[in-house]
Design a protein around this ligand. Structure first.
Ligand SMILES: Cc1cc2nc3c(=O)[nH]c(=O)nc-3n(C[C@H](O)[C@H](O)[C@H](O)COP(=O)(O)OP(=O)(O)OC[C@H]3O[C@@H](n4cnc5c(N)ncnc54)[C@H](O)[C@@H]3O)c2cc1C
Length: 404
């Protein structure tokens, strides 16, 4: 049987990539989908889901082939994440989070560290967490205060990281801070979780995304060998940005997957539920709601696919398209889940109905990896910056536009 939303993007993948998606779909049908309510019921790390994804090579998609990964293109990763987002946010987050937390290791660790860690990250034997956000530095990430002081062959790290996904289960912590001798230099360090002076808080309670808990990380005079630095001093910000751009495409794909799932669930209800003498879905107002949702989801899928393509092609516009994809798909995802829940009436509001979980999960995609407002700022600023050098509109007179 065909799905409500077309498989058109799968046709563009290689035979091996299509096989991977087919395997994932079957896992979603047999395990991840049926277990999603249980995972979404308690905010403890969903080890069974993680192991299933790792054992089936899905976690490996984030890692390079040279170190045991699958080296998947973003064009494939968005399909994987969309499939998972359709049924279980925690599962999708494990795939996006494996990438976010380890990307700076893949991009900046020494060959020796990579050879020892990346194969184990790819197989899911170990995990990393990505510690960028601080109590005083979220959207305004350049104001972070964590310090890294060079002391002989080590760095001494002091600071506080907040909202860190998987801090409670990660073996390695990627911590971003700034040099004490030159505050303009950001540094990313790879910190073993059992380092003296590192304290992980208990799980912080949250609204949704159960199955992937968050916690705070306190670093007090934590001494870490200098050869655990990722890249050079001053590379910390660009390493973090690289990880965030990929994660933004992932957030967009996850939000779209969830939106697709929400429409499928609401449409099933609209067919089964009779109201005023005909199925709910027979009412024109309801059909128009479905028309809006389906059309906007397909438009957003095209934008996310474009952002993935630009990233894969190393296009300098890739980060801006990642911002556009994240902004559009996550705002749309929230709207679609809200409308789908509305369409299912009181049942949509029940704990054991999947849309209750979808609704709670949708909000974070608009906040994490840069909130919608941050992306609007990035996109708008980029457009204005490019305008003076861009081709002038042919309907305009020569000279300043203020001369009209
Ligand atoms: C569940 C969860 C998991 C997370 N996981 C991680 C993780 O693994 N690693 C990590 O480092 N961080 C993580 N974060 C942190 C997340 O990235 C931040 O919460 C996010 O970047 C927003 O920062 P903030 O919460 O400090 O909000 P603030 O910076 O205080 O912003 C508040 C709000 O202000 C608005 N805003 C911001 N800038 C502007 C502007 N210029 N104009 C208008 N409005 C604006 C936005 O709506 C924003 O949401 C996680 C957060 C959550 C909730």
């Amino acid at each position: 049987m065909s799905r409500l939303f077309g498989d058109h993007y799968l046709n563009k993948l290689t035979a091996d990539e299509q096989k991977l998606i087919a395997r994932l779909r079957s896992l979603c049908d047999s395990d991840i989908g049926p277990n999603a309510a249980k995972v979404g019921g308690e905010d403890v790390f969903a080890w069974d889901t993680f192991r299933l994804l790792a054992d089936n090579g899905i976690i490996a998609s984030a890692f390079p082939r040279a170190y045991g990964g699958a080296g998947s293109r973003q064009a494939v990763r968005i399909r994987i994440i969309e499939e998972l987002g359709r049924v279980c946010s925690a599962a999708a987050s494990m795939v996006t989070g494996a990438d976010l937390s380890a990307r700076a290791i893949v991009a900046g660790a020494s060959d020796k560290l990579q050879a020892s860690l990346v194969p184990r990250l790819a197989s899911g034997d170990i995990q990393a967490a990505f510690g960028l956000t601080e109590p005083g530095a979220g959207s305004d990430v350049r104001s972070l205060k964590t310090t890294m002081e060079r002391a002989g062959d080590d760095y001494i790290i002091n600071g506080e990281k907040k909202f860190i996904t998987r801090a409670g289960t990660a073996d390695w912590l990627v911590i971003v801070g700034r040099a004490t001798d030159d505050r303009s230099k950001f540094i990313a360090m790879l910190v073993p979780r059992d380092t003296e002076g590192v304290t992980i808080s208990p799980t912080t309670g949250k609204l949704g995304w159960y199955g992937v808990p968050i916690a705070s990380i306190h670093l007090e005079n934590a001494r870490v060998p200098a050869n655990h630095r990722l890249g050079q001093e001053g590379d910390g910000f660009s390493l973090a940005q690289d990880a965030l751009v990929r994660a933004r495409i992932g957030h967009a794909a996850m939000a779209l997957g969830r939106a697709i799932g929400a429409v499928e669930i609401a449409a099933a209800y609209a067919c089964d539920r009779d109201l005023f003498g005909k199925p709910l879905g027979g009412h024109q107002g309801v059909q128009w709601m479905f028309a809006e949702m389906a059309t906007q989801i397909e438009a957003a899928r095209a934008l996310v696919a474009l952002a993935a393509e630009k990233y894969d092609d190393n296009d300098p516009d890739g980060p801006i398209y990642a911002s556009m994809a994240k902004l559009h798909a996550t705002d749309l995802g929230m709207k679609v889940v809200t409308d789908a829940l509305q369409l299912t009436g009181g049942r949509g509001y029940l704990k054991d109905f999947p849309l209750e979980r979808f609704f709670r999960d949708a909000k974070l995609n608009q906040i994490g990896e840069g909130s919608s407002e941050v992306h609007k700022t990035l996109i708008g600023r980029d457009l204005i910056r490019r305008t003076p050098g861009a081709e002038r509109h042919p309907c305009l007179n020569q000279g300043p536009v203020t001369d009209y």
